[in-house]
Design a protein around this ligand. Structure first.
Ligand code: UDP
Ligand code: MG
Length: 306
């Protein structure tokens, strides 16, 4: 198989057939052997039936994976990637906001440039409100300042990956998945292809502000343990104030209140430090429990003596 197309679907009853026809049209006269893997993420509408009809047409290599309930797009992408057999793998939404013909451009880029291992569609102009853009900017500033892997603003999940990148992503098997971070975590050379997002064909977006907010927290917690160091900052400040206050009372004379205050400040300082120490152990345990690969090999070269 040359190409596997992974399509997460949640309540996309009016889109899946349109999407499928688009893809058929685009690849019609191309010599690319491809399969489409639809992951029906516990849709509550007739998505499952529509997908079943496509399977029954037996026109194309199609796989449909039906989840037992809604597990979220991250889980759907992971399940889809596991099923892929193609040398190249594309992840694309079912709602036609991401034009399927861009897949051809992605393939061309990968074929022409051996040094790139993945192509990520990236939104230059954002079609969204100023408030949302502001919050997104804040999120990217924050996460990039505390995380060790970079997060590229505007980069979407719409990507075409070489097999080795897919295999690397599948090695990251953690439960709380945040794909924007995982794509960066696995490394490799990514080509960022600017594209414009279309309007959704049918149905509604599953993202509300609140969902996005939770997703942002998910990203931070999944990719950095820096917040666990916050108690050390408090500890430092509290102990510093305690010491200054102690020195001041040495010269200015003490009373019951100042002695009590110094004791409280010292105790809190020590308490914050101890919480910080807990955090250090917890962060290491957390990272270990995730069982992320310690390294990912890009390529190996060998030579043998003649
Ligand atoms: N999706 C999914 N599970 C979910 C939510 C969304 O599989 O719980 C799919 C959805 O069907 C679509 C893609 O993920 O194919 C992107 O979702 P959506 O269009 O709602 O996001 P937006 O384009 O608004 O960011
Ligand atoms: Mg969409």
């Amino acid at each position: 198989m040359d190409l596997s197309i992974v399509v997460p679907c949640y309540n996309e009853e009016d889109n899946v057939k349109l999407f499928y026809q688009e893809v058929l049209k685009i690849f019609k006269n191309k010599k690319i052997k491809y399969e489409i893997i639809f992951v029906n993420d516990g849709s509550k509408d007739r998505t499952a039936e529509k997908l079943n009809e496509l399977v029954e047409q037996k026109q194309q290599n199609i796989k449909v994976i039906n989840f037992s309930r809604n597990f979220g797009k991250e889980a759907a992408m992971y399940a889809g990637l596991k099923e892929t057999t193609g040398e190249l793998v594309t992840i694309i939404d079912a709602d036609l906001q991401q034009r399927p013909e861009i897949i051809l451009r992605m393939i061309d880029i990968l074929q022409a440039n051996k040094e790139y291992d993945s192509v990520a569609a990236y939104q230059e102009k954002r079609k969204e409100g100023k408030v949302l853009t502001f919050f997104k900017n804040c999120f990217y500033k924050l996460i990039n300042s505390i995380s060790t892997v970079p997060f590229v603003q505007g980069a979407s999940d719409f990507r075409t990956l070489r097999r080795k990148v897919v295999d690397a992503i599948l090695e990251v098997s953690e439960y709380h998945r945040f794909s924007k971070g995982i794509f960066s975590f696995v490394g490799f050379n990514t080509y960022y292809l600017p594209y414009e997002v279309e309007e959704r064909k049918n149905g509604t977006s599953k993202w509300s502000f609140w969902k996005l907010f939770n997703y942002a927290i998910e990203g931070i917690v999944a990719f950095t343990t820096t917040p666990l160091r916050i108690p050390f900052i408090f500890s430092f400040i509290t102990l510093l104030v305690a010491i200054i206050y102690f020195i001041v009372t040495l010269f200015a004379g003490s009373n019951a209140f100042s002695v009590l205050l110094i004791i409280i400040l010292f105790l809190f300082g020590i308490l914050f430090a101890l919480i910080g120490i807990f955090g250090e152990y917890l962060s290491r345990t957390y990272m270990q429990v995730k069982q992320r690969p310690v390294y990912i090999v890009k390529e190996k070269k060998e030579s043998f003596k003649k």
